[in-house]
Write a protein that binds this ligand. Structure first.
Ligand SMILES: Cc1ncc(COP(=O)(O)O)c(C=O)c1O
Length: 362
């Protein structure tokens, strides 16, 4: 993130698009693509046109049922990226104070800057496993804050914030008339426990998510926002600035994906289970990296105890064909984000190379 509203940009996104690729790509955070051939799709199931004015009805119905909310509380978006952009644009006015976690997902910061928000931060500390610290949040919550922004699971650490804590965040914000936006794109990876969107915790919550990260469906861009109906109306007005009719084949694929979510989820669950045990074994073997074992999500965010991470990441890429996300993109230059959501062979190969690189870097 840098510059004024007019030239706000996400350095991380640019890096991710242009420089993160490698033979062993551990820079990703979403489950590897689900093959279209494994979805029961016939060409007749797709159509160029036929959407509704504000979302394709069969898709809107399914999104509402999935979230357990009335349809009037749902805005359909092209991925969680657009969901974040639309949701923030709907509620943040130039000069508004917005309190956002640190570290965080860089585009959230860049959008806030683009909107001319006055950005305040609350810290999630590495020493506490990046857990949400309510006292720290309360300390930074001035009466002028209009919105609190955080991710659950947290990106980059994949740390979970439980409902009880999140409810308290909502209550603290409500006391000063502020809203809470929770980016829940990674919450969908909680395959083995029951969870509900923070939307259900209070009327001041807005949540964003998509089918991208947990299911390997980035390419169909099926995202959504959950919010109170008056805000949803405002969000649809902002969607109007971006398109007249959406990508209808993607809406159709969204319906098919939601109707087959069990099988898609099973593939992702077993991939992440296998890969999580690989990454945890790797972390246990490498005291050069300081990190709690992974319990949730698709990434870990260890601290490199000694040495410069940017130099290490360059060595890893140039000599070991492996990429990770340097912590500088999360304002934590001593950390690196390792994604373990690729094909198991890629993750295994990448971790072996990470080991070799650490050895050579010592
Ligand atoms: C926290 C967070 N939100 C949103 C996104 C973007 O999600 P989508 O692919 O659905 O646009 C990402 C992608 O990395 C992310 O990490």
């Amino acid at each position: 993130m840098n510059g004024s509203p007019a030239n706000a940009a996400s350095r991380y996104m640019e890096w991710a698009k242009l420089h993160s690729n490698a033979r062993f790509n551990l820079a990703i955070s979403g489950v590897i693509d689900y093959p279209l051939a494994e979805l029961p799709v016939e060409i007749e199931d797709l159509e160029i046109g036929g959407t509704g004015p504000y979302g394709y009805e069969p898709l809107m119905e399914r999104l509402a049922v999935k979230a357990g909310v009335p349809q009037k509380c749902v805005t359909y978006t092209l991925g969680a990226s657009m969901a974040n952009y639309i949701a923030l644009t709907a509620v943040v006015r130039r000069g508004d104070e917005v309190l956002i976690e640190q570290p965080t997902y860089d585009p959230l910061l860049a959008i806030l800057q683009h909107l001319g928000a006055k950005i305040r931060r609350f810290e999630r500390q590495a020493e506490q496993g990046f857990r949400l610290d309510l006292e720290e949040l309360e300390r930074q919550l001035t009466p002028d804050v209009r919105l609190v922004v955080l991710c659950n699971l947290h990106n980059p650490s994949s740390t979970l914030t439980d409902d009880a804590t999140m409810r308290q965040v909502g209550e603290l914000a409500a006391k000063i008339g502020a809203r809470v936006l929770v980016d829940e794109v990674y919450l969908e990876t909680l395959f083995d426990q029951r969870w509900r969107s923070a939307f259900h915790l209070g009327p001041n919550f807005i949540t964003t998510a998509s089918l991208t990260k947990a299911y390997g469906l980035s390419g169909i861009r099926c995202g959504w926002i959950l919010a109170q109906p008056d805000l949803v109306q405002r969000m649809w007005q902002i969607v109007d600035f971006t398109y007249g009719s959406p990508v209808h084949p993607a809406e159709r694929l969204g319906v098919i994906a939601l109707d087959n979510l069990d099988r898609i989820r099973n593939r992702a669950r077993s991939l992440l289970e296998t890969n999580r045990s690989l990454v945890n074994a790797f972390l246990a073997d490498h005291s050069e990296l300081d990190c709690e074992p992974s319990r949730f999500g698709t990434t870990v965010f260890p601290r490199l105890r000694t040495g410069d991470v940017a130099t290490f990441a360059k060595l890893l890429r140039d000599e070991f064909e492996t990429s990770v996300v340097p912590g500088e993109f999360f304002e934590q230059p001593q950390h690196l984000r390792i994604g373990f959501c690729g094909a198991t062979e890629t993750v295994r190969g990448g971790l072996e190379r990470l080991s070799a690189a650490l050895e050579s870097f010592r």
